[in-house]
Design a protein around this ligand. Structure first.
Ligand code: PLP
Length: 378
C-alpha cells in the first residue's frame, strides 16, 4: 500500500468487539490473565498497550522499519536510542544538533562515560577523521535547526558500513513523508512526534524505529525496563494526527516555498535559509535525498535584535513560540528562545546571530501569512 494509505490504516483496527473505526484508548494499567501461562498479549501498560501498539505499527511502516517504540517525549526516544551503547563507546554527531540532544549527550551521557565528537557532519572528511577504534555510532540530524544545513545520509552510512558503527537519524524535521533514512542505509530512526507526526501542537511524544531483530529486542528491553513508553491517550492523539501527515506536509511545504520566495530579496531581509531555494548550499543534496523541502525556514532580518523585536510585536497570524510542525504558523528568535541553552559563543560559531529568525509554517492560507509578514517587516 502507498504511504498515505498506510498513514490512515496501518495498525489502526484494534477493536474486534465493536469494529470501531478509530483505535480505542485503552487506559488500563493492567490486563487479566486467562491462566498462569496465558494472557491476551498484554499484561501491564509499561510493557505494552494496544493503543500504543497501534501507533508503533503505524510509524514503523511509514519509516520502513520492522518495529517502533512510542515514548513519552522526543528526548526519551533519544535517550532510549543512545542507550544501545556503553560507557567508553565513542559517538560522532553534528555540532548543530537539537539543543536538548546536545545537552543530554554533553552533560548526562558524558558523565556516564560516553565519548562524543561534535563535528561539522556536512564535511565528510571531518566525519572520517573523527573515527576512533571506540566509535560505535554516528548520530545524524538533517536538516539542522535552525539554519537548515544538510548531512548526506547515504554517504555517512557508507563511511560507517563494515566498521561496526550503528547509524541513527533524528528525522523529526522532515518526517517520513519527505525523508526516509532507512532507505538511505540508516539503522535506527528517532522522532520527536511532538512535531510533524502529531502535527497539532497538543501532545509531546517520541519514537524509535528499528530494522533488525537484534535492535527490536534490545529497544523493547530498554523502553520497558526504563519505563519510557507513552501513555495510551498520547498514543491515540499522535495516531489521530499521523493519519493526515501526507496532506499536512504538502500544505506546510507549499507555504514554506511561498514565504521563502517572498522573503528572498525583501529589502528588510539579508538572508533566507531554505533548502528549496536554488541559492541554498545544499539544494542539490536536498533534491537527491529528500522527497520535499519541508515546512521550516529561517531568515536574517536586517537591524539585529531591535528590528526583530519590533517585527515580532507587529505579527498577528504568526505566534511567537518555540516548537514546530503544528498546523499553526509559529515564529521564534533562536538567540533567546530555542537555542538559549547554548553559549553565545557556540551560537555565533554555528551561524546563529542577533538577526536569525526561525519560522515553522502552518497550513493556513499563504496569502494571509505573507500579508502578515509584509505588514510586520514594513
Ligand atoms: C523537539 C525535538 C526533539 C526533542 O523532542 P521533545 O518531544 O521536545 O522531547 C529532538 N530532536 C529534534 C530535531 C526536535 O526538533
Amino acid at each position: 500500500m502507498n504511504f498515505e494509505t498506510r498513514c490512515v490504516h496501518t495498525g489502526v483496527n484494534k477493536d474486534t468487539l465493536y469494529n470501531s473505526c478509530t483505535t480505542p484508548i485503552y487506559p488500563s494499567s493492567t490486563f487479566y490473565w486467562n491462566s498462569l501461562t496465558s494472557h491476551s498479549g498484554y499484561d501491564y501498560t509499561r510493557s505494552g498497550n494496544p493503543t500504543r501498539k497501534a501507533l508503533e505499527e503505524n510509524i514503523a511502516s511509514l519509516e520502513g522499519g520492522i518495529a517502533s517504540y512510542a515514548t513519552s517525549t522526543g528526548m526519551s526516544a533519544v535517550h532510549a536510542a543512545i542507550s544501545l551503547f556503553n560507557p567508553g563507546d565513542h559517538i560522532i554527531t553534528g555540532n548543530d544538533i537539537y539543543g536538548g540532544t546536545y545537552r543530554l549527550f554533553a552533560k548526562e551521557f558524558t558523565r556516564l562515560g560516553y565519548k562524543f565528537s561534535f563535528v561539522n557532519m556536512g564535511n565528510l572528511d571531518e566525519v572520517k577523521a573523527a573515527i576512533t577504534p571506540q566509535t560505535k555510532c554516528m548520530w545524524i540530524e538533517t536538516p539542522s535547526n535552525p539554519l537548515l544545513n544538510l548531512v548526506d545520509i547515504a554517504a555517512v552510512c557508507e563511511i560507517a558500513k563494515g566498521k561496526g558503527i550503528t547509524t541513527i537519524s533524528d528525522n523529526t524535521f522532515l518526517s517520513p513523508y519527505f525523508q526516509r533514512p532507512m532507505e538511505l542505509g540508516c539503522d535506527v530512526v528517532v522522532h520527536s512526534t511532538t512535531k510533524y507526526l502529531n502535527g497539532h501542537s497538543d501532545v509531546v511524544g517520541g519514537c524509535v524505529v528499528v530494522k533488525t531483530e537484534e535492535h527490536k529486542q534490545r529497544m523493547y528491553e530498554i523502553v520497558n525496563s526504563s519505563g519510557l513508553g507513552c501513555s495510551p491517550f498520547d498514543a491515540w492523539l499522535v495516531l489521530r494526527g499521523v493519519k493526515t501527515l501526507g496532506p499536512r506536509m504538502e500544505a506546510h511545504q507549499k507555504n514554506a516555498i511561498a514565504v521563502a520566495e517572498f522573503l528572498d530579496g525583501h529589502p528588510a531581509v539579508s538572508k533566507v535559509y531554505f533548502p528549496g531555494l536554488k541559492s541554498h548550499p545544499h539544494h542539490e543534496l536536498a533534491k537527491k535525498q529528500q522527497k520535499g523541502f519541508g515546512g521550516m525556514l529561517s531568515f536574517d532580518i536586517k537591524g539585529g535584535r531591535p528590528a526583530a523585536e519590533a517585527f515580532f510585536a507587529k505579527l498577528k497570524v504568526f505566534s511567537l513560540a518555540e516548537s514546530l510542525g503544528g498546523v499553526e504558523s509559529l515564529i521564534e528568535y533562536p538567540d533567546t528562545m530555542s537555542h538559549a541553552s547554548m553559549t553565545q559563543e557556540a551560537r555565533r560559531a554555528g551561524g546563529i546571530t542577533e538577526n536569525t529568525i526561525r519560522v515553522s509554517l502552518g497550513i493556513e492560507h499563504k496569502d494571509d501569512l505573507i500579508a502578515d509578514l509584509k505588514a510586520a517587516l514594513g
